[in-house]
Design a protein around this ligand. Structure first.
Ligand code: NAD
Ligand code: TDX
Length: 337
């Protein structure tokens, strides 16, 4: 693959894993990482490839149409849009930035992609746009959109713009809807890294409500391999659900972490439930498996152990984030670029 790919949000959790995965797999591929470096963006995630000859970083906000246009003028063949405000709890406190980035930002990218005739636009979305499941059934690509949080509503809004640019302008798009990711470089506001870092510091672990809400977990590298397949083989206009059939209650996750770290269950503290808290997510990945031949490599039990070990080995990484020191790192490494 000797082409130029714009990856937005590449300094975040999944985007940084994706850039490293793609540069390793495709030596000829050129990647431009466009990231506004919000609180969740951290260039330290990319230190292993920062001097790669085919890698360029730009501190650009996807809502800035002029700046986005200038990057498309330099030639972009493929767009993978990870850039988003991604945390449900923050969307409850401050919905407006979610609409700006996740809806308007997506539309700015779509306009530039259309104007410059990209060959593929992949929108990285989430199972949360489908709302919540009861005790039975799974989300398929035909499940109606029924988002319940400002975050998921903004992701659904972005998805609908992507769909419209396919139907109206024939832009070759795909939308992927993935379940909860876990793995290295996840910001320690999300369940797994938050609980690991707090357990290590022997702080109380805040479990929302009864802790019996269910999430369907996928190792981040398996998400990356699925997106790679969608870029290369996804049929224009199609949606692909991505999930590894790993439904677990939140309490199960927290207990696993405590057990692995040798910390007491007395750290578990039930706190007030998240408003509008979706009860259960479960993805049916039959379509991407059948049509594109995707299979996850990691089983949950080994993936979670590897992940816990990664956070144990990278205490400096999350401690710096928690102290806000990583902003200084960016200035030191990249100056005003
Ligand atoms: P993240 O919060 O770790 O990273 C988001 C990145 O986007 C950050 O680097 C941030 O600086 C950047 N960003 C935010 N606003 C921007 C803007 N206006 N312009 C440019 N860059 C901006 O998120 P993540 O967990 O890596 O998620 C990546 C994508 O995958 C998101 O679109 C999210 O909705 C989706 N997703 C995430 C999960 C999950 O479990 N984490 C599951 C399914 C889908
Ligand atoms: O402190 C906590 N206590 C707790 O019980 C936190 C942060 C979370 N939880 C619960 C809420 C959820 O049921 O754990 C579950 C997972 O929470 P998050 O890590 O915030 O993830 P979730 O809300 O499921 O959304 C995630 O998966 C889908 C990502 O943040 C989204 O970006 C993605 O779209």
């Amino acid at each position: 693959m000797g082409r130029k790919m714009l990856v937005t949000g590449g300094a975040g959790f999944i985007g940084s894993n994706f850039i490293i995965y793609m540069l390793q797999k495709y030596p000829e591929l050129e990647i431009v990482n466009m990231d506004a470096l919000t609180y969740a963006g951290n260039l330290e995630n990319l230190s292993s490839i920062q001097n790669h000859p085919h890698y360029t970083f730009t501190a650009t906000n996807i809502t800035d149409a002029e700046a986005v246009e200038s990057w498309f003028q330099q030639g972009i063949d493929i767009v993978v849009n990870f850039a988003a405000e991604s945390h449900v709890d923050r969307s409850i406190l401050e919905p407006d930035i979610f609409v700006k980035t996740n809806v308007l930002g997506t539309q700015v990218l779509l306009d530039a992609a259309r104007k410059h005739g990209v060959t593929k636009f992949v929108q990285v979305s989430t199972d949360e746009v489908y709302g919540t499941l009861g005790d039975t059934g799974l989300f398929t690509e035909e499940t109606p959109l029924a988002p319940n949080s400002p975050y998921s509503a903004s992701k659904a809004g972005g998805d609908l713009m992507v769909r419209a640019y396919y139907e109206t302008f024939g832009l070759p798009v795909n939308i992927t809807r993935c379940s909860n990711n876990y793995g290295p470089y996840q910001f320690p506001e999300k369940l797994i890294p938050l609980m690991i870092s707090r357990a290590l510091n022997e702080q109380p672990l805040p479990v929302y409500g009864d802790g019996l809400n269910i999430r369907d977990w996928l190792y981040v590298e398996d998400h990356c391999s699925a997106i790679d397949l969608v870029i290369h083989q996804g049929k224009p206009g199609e949606v692909y659900n991505i999930g590894g059939n790993n439904e677990r209650t939140n309490l199960h996750i927290v207990r696993t972490i405590l057990e692995e770290l040798g910390k007491p269950e007395s750290l578990i503290t039930h706190v007030q439930d998240r408003p509008g808290h979706d009860r259960r997510y479960g993805i049916d990945p039959a379509k991407i498996t059948r049509e594109l031949g995707w299979e996850p490599k990691y089983d949950f039990e080994s993936g979670i152990k590897e992940t816990i070990q990664w956070y144990l080995d990278h205490k400096d990484w999350w401690a710096r984030i928690q102290s806000g020191e990583y902003q200084d790192y960016y200035k030191k490494q990249y100056g005003s670029r």
